[in-house]
Design a protein around this ligand. Structure first.
Ligand code: UN1
Length: 507
């Protein structure tokens, strides 16, 4: 590659610092995709200062005009869809077809918020006094700090950045360093859409420096809203930090997303859904399936069919027609090794010719003889998990799914709620009464009926409860409440001093 990517602050590249990160291709880890210079805490705080300076003018740009900028971003993304998807598939190992879908999600988000520029409605509200009018206005919060993971390296950032900009905020974005090439390609498209300098800043940094920089920026009053997508552990630290500064961040954290299969379900459809939700994207979505909770009458047949489907699923080169590719980076592979360590004796393990890294007989097409096998893992089904197991209770982020049998629907719902996450949940059933009981009693921000736990559309509220977040919702009109604050105004044109609660009009 030769060049080292550096952070963009106030429209200018900052000089490369002493520390850097090498982002490699997870399909062949010897191949460098991007080398990125890591900023320190002061760099992140400096970016927040630049954002603060730029926001003043950006907030005055009329919202419909900001909407036009968002529209331009959407067109640029559409026009560069294959190129951006290739970077995503290469750097984080996502199958190319899924990577195209991910890029489409940015364009969809832009299409939605283009219209919102002309609809950033306030209200006119009647007053209790005559000749007095009340109004509400949405105002930008100011500077938004966005910290994102690399499993959706371009779509998830767009869920924050596009509406934040549309609402008149300036943004400091800290992408995952192991998805730096994706971040750079994404930034280039935004930069060509006519954003003024400093309105979107990109800071490449590692976790500890990001936390320290955020602490400094919050202390100096340079950040007004934090948006974070990542692990529950880091999210709770960020939540604590924001709380000290009286801020409520937007937190989109882990999931242990259950799928309940009732006795009347369409079994092949449920198996197909479990295959996609559990093993698609190598299980590396926050919405990926955690545990399938199957009625005891179908349990044996379900495990057999899922096992067959998983064994038949192609795993390998993300540019081939595969169900999933490698894990995203060494860090994700290390995390998954830990998960595999949780599988204790006493559980029936199905799913493939082995547990762990795929080395011999590597299924990647066209890479034969490659000395570096890549971060490919066998799919694993663990039957008979329950609330006593780490695997049942915690997010795994890898190609693994647990299975637990149940007798009554209420028992299934209790099992589904037991891990205490609350992002997405799915039920396969043909009985509407079960659908509505499940919907009411499950703790989940998103419920699917006869569909995968993953695959939310870009204009529905996205977010979770419990260990999955702090109740904030992204996407659609709901996210406007994250990136704007309501201001009320009363205007008295009576020519007298009318006092609220004291001068109520008589009839
Ligand atoms: C995530 O993994 O952080 O619903 C987001 C889905 C995707 C987004 C997942 N549209 O599966």
């Amino acid at each position: 590659m030769g060049t080292v990517l550096t952070s963009v602050i106030g429209g200018a590249r900052i000089p490369a610092g002493p520390r850097s990160y090498r982002s490699t291709d997870p399909s062949r880890t010897a191949d460098l995709v991007a080398e990125v210079s890591l900023a320190d805490a002061a760099g992140l705080a400096g970016a927040c200062r630049a954002a603060r300076a730029a926001q003043d003018a950006w907030r005055d740009v009329p919202a419909p005009v900001r909407g036009q900028v968002v529209a331009s971003i959407g067109w640029l993304v559409e026009a560069n869809k294959p190129a951006l998807a290739r970077v995503v598939a290469r750097e984080v190992g996502k199958p190319y077809a899924e990577a195209l879908g991910e890029v489409q999600e940015i364009a969809d988000t832009c299409a939605f918020f283009l219209g919102e520029g002309r609809r950033l409605y306030g209200q006119t509200v009647p007053s209790e006094m005559p000749d007095k009018q009340l109004f509400t206005f949405r105002d930008p919060v100011g500077v938004v700090a966005v910290i994102t993971a690399g499993n959706f390296p371009v779509a998830v950032p767009s869920w924050y950045i596009v509406p934040a900009l549309l609402c008149g905020n300036a943004v400091v974005w800290k992408p995952a360093e192991y998805a730096a090439a994706c971040a750079e390609a994404f930034y280039q498209l935004f930069a060509h859409a006519g954003l003024p300098d400093g309105v979107l800043n990109v800071v490449y940094a590692d976790g500890p420096e990001t936390y320290a920089g955020l602490e400094q920026a919050l202390g100096e009053g340079l950040v007004d809203k934090v948006g974070f997508t990542g692990s529950t552990e880091v999210g709770s630290r960020i939540g604590e930090l924001c709380g000290r500064h009286l801020q409520t961040p937007c937190l989109e954290l882990g999931g242990k997303n259950p799928m309940v299969v009732t006795e009347d379900a369409d079994l092949p459809l449920a198996v197909e859904g479990a295959l996609f939700s559990g093993f698609g994207t190598a299980g590396q979505r926050c919405t990926s399936l955690g545990t399938v909770i199957v009625h005891e009458s179908l349990h044996g047949a379900f495990v057999r069919l899922l096992d067959e489907a998983v064994r038949a699923a192609p795993v390998g080169d993300p540019f081939e027609d595969v169900l999933y590719g490698p894990l995203i980076s060494e860090r994700f592979a290390d995390g998954f090794e830990k998960t595999l360590g949780w599988i204790r004796d006493g559980h029936a393990v199905h799913g493939s010719s082995g547990i762990g890294r795929i080395t011999a007989a590597n299924p990647r097409a066209g890479f034969a003889g490659d000395p570096e096998p890549g971060l490919f893992y066998h799919p694993v089904i663990v039957d008979g998990v329950g609330p006593g197991d780490e695997l049942f209770m915690n997010e795994t982020f890898g190609p693994i799914a647990g299975v637990a049998p149940y007798r009554t629907l209420d028992e299934a719902i209790a099992l589904a709620n037991a891990p205490g996450y609350g992002l997405s949940a799915s039920i396969y059933t043909t009985d509407p009464a079960k659908v509505f009981r499940f919907r009411r009693r499950i703790s989940a921000g998103m419920v699917s009926v006869n569909n995968s736990t993953s695959g939310a559309e870009a204009h529905l509220p996205f977010g979770g409860n419990g260990r999955s977040g702090n109740g904030s919702r992204q996407s659609g009109v709901w996210v406007l409440d994250q990136f704007t604050r309501w201001q009320s105004m009363n205007w008295d044109h009576s020519g007298r001093l009318q006092k609220a609660q004291m001068d109520v009009a008589e009839i």
